[in-house]
Design a protein around this ligand. Structure first.
Ligand SMILES: [Zn+2]
Length: 459
């Protein structure tokens, strides 16, 4: 696809050959938003509504190198989900950038509503929340996460680098590009003096990769307070097309624990209660709970038992990975498992189950389908292909928490295209995909905020 600036150039003479007011405007418009903030202060720019698509395309094209610089800064701060110090540093950078874009910014610490799971670190990272007050009536929530799956120290082996049309770095696709997209989207709105939205709220959390123990409640609460939610996980692979997702999988972990009784395996095996035997029985009798055509999957993936060879094991544990397409299926699967474990092989053993709801599914609703169609129309105007996927494919994201208590549209995949999330090497984003997607997200926020992209508000 030709770059937007390329398209713009074919339709317009070079900037330095333009004269008069248009030339002044275009020369200003082609500076990055960071600089544009200064020229906006001069108040000589036409109001946002008067800006044409080619003008916006030129602005977004000029924003792309600035966004790459931001990405370098974000990638060079290691921020694994358990790296509290790194998360504090990246949160401070994100907070300052949102303040610069005109937001009222709060750093939010994990609270008493934290949902603790087996892998929740002792100290979870802070959240950055920013509110931008407009003059219109519609409220938009923008979300992305600043934590990664990578532990401290990996940056030295895999630093940020640009090779050809790709920018590489750990966490660059998942989800530092999403953070950078939101920062630059807000900077562009400020630079262009777009204020006809009611309110835009930005929430950047630091615990998405560990199933959002601290941010899940706030995501649900904020989702319910806004007219639309846009989530900035990556939206498509390197070769394209750009994609939006209306559905994601719900993810849970079923953890079985069996207590038996230890005894000498050679001298007095009959005095023991073999927890490993009981666990094996439990796993086999709970191996048929998957129902793939209905989007339900339960697979035992981890088991451990015993300590040394000559002792009848007193403890055995196993975990299953659970995926569902509908929120209610969590309850159904948990109930089925609880019923199954009543049937024991060794009556003296104790069997217990914990069912960790790691994240709910996102289900495609009518409002999301309508907003996605609007996004597709905006994309078509830009010459972009935007594919809308309404079936989950096994992955889960924070969009689902934001959708849990609202009928408002929630769209996932507003981030740019890339590859290699969680891959430990070769994670990258496609540089030439940045400007079109940034522009699309910006125009979608403007259309929602001004009320053009949503049905009329109920009285
Ligand atoms: Zn992610």
């Amino acid at each position: 696809m030709p770059s937007p600036l390329g398209l713009w150039r074919t339709a317009h003479p070079p900037l330095n050959r333009l004269t008069g007011r248009t030339a002044r405007w275009m020369r200003r418009a082609c500076r990055p938003a960071a600089l544009a903030v200064a020229w906006m202060a001069s108040a000589s720019l036409a109001p946002a509504a008067a800006q044409t698509l080619p003008q916006w395309q030129a602005i977004a094209a000029r924003e792309q190198p600035a966004l790459l610089k931001t990405l370098q800064q974000l990638v060079e701060i290691e921020s694994g989900s358990s790296d509290r110090e790194g998360l504090e540093r990246i949160a401070a950078v994100v907070a300052q950038r949102l303040r610069d874009a005109g937001g009222q910014v709060e750093l939010i610490e994990p609270g008493a509503d934290l949902y603790r799971m087996f892998d929740t670190p002792a100290r979870v990272g802070p959240m950055v929340k920013a509110r931008f007050q407009g003059t219109g009536g519609r409220r938009v929530l923008l979300i992305a996460h600043m934590d990664t799956v990578y532990p401290r120290g990996m940056l030295a082996q895999q630093p940020f680098r640009i090779e050809g049309t790709r920018a590489y770095g750990l966490g660059i696709a998942d989800d530092k590009q999403g953070v950078a997209m939101i920062l630059h989207l807000m900077a562009m709105l400020k630079a262009a003096n777009v204020r006809d939205y009611g309110e835009i709220t930005v929430l950047i959390n630091g615990d998405e990769e560990i199933s959002s123990p601290a941010s899940r409640q706030l995501l649900t609460q904020l989702g319910a307070q806004h007219d639309a939610v846009l989530s900035f996980e990556g939206g498509g692979g390197p070769a394209g097309p750009d994609t939006l997702r209306l559905a994601t999988s719900g993810i849970a972990a079923a953890n079985l624990s069996v207590k038996g009784r230890a005894s000498h395996a050679g001298a007095a095996p009959e005095k023991g209660v073999n927890a490993l035997y009981e666990l094996s029985h439990q796993l086999l009798q709970a191996r048929d709970l998957s129902d793939p055509p209905n989007g339900k999957q339960l697979h035992w993936t981890i088991a451990k038992a015993g300590t040394v060879r000559n002792v009848i094991p007193a403890l055995a544990e196993a975990s299953a990975d659970v995926r569902v397409d509908r929120v209610s299926d969590f309850d159904g699967l948990e109930a089925a498992l609880r019923q199954r474990i009543q049937n024991k092989l060794l009556p003296e053993s104790e069997v217990s189950l914990s069912f960790e709801r790691r994240r709910p599914p996102l289900q495609a609703g009518e409002a999301a389908r309508a907003l996605a169609a609007r996004a597709q129309a905006l994309a078509a105007e830009q010459g972009m292909t935007l594919e809308v996927r309404d079936q989950p494919t096994g992955g889960g994201t924070d969009a689902a928490f934001a959708a849990l208590a609202t009928q408002a549209p929630v769209l996932e995949g507003l981030g740019t295209r890339g590859y290699g999330a969680h891959s430990n090497n070769a994670e990258f984003i496609q540089i030439d995909a940045i400007a079109p997607k940034l522009l699309l997200a910006t125009r979608l926020v403007m259309a929602i905020g001004s009320g053009q992209a949503l049905p009329a508000a109920k009285p």
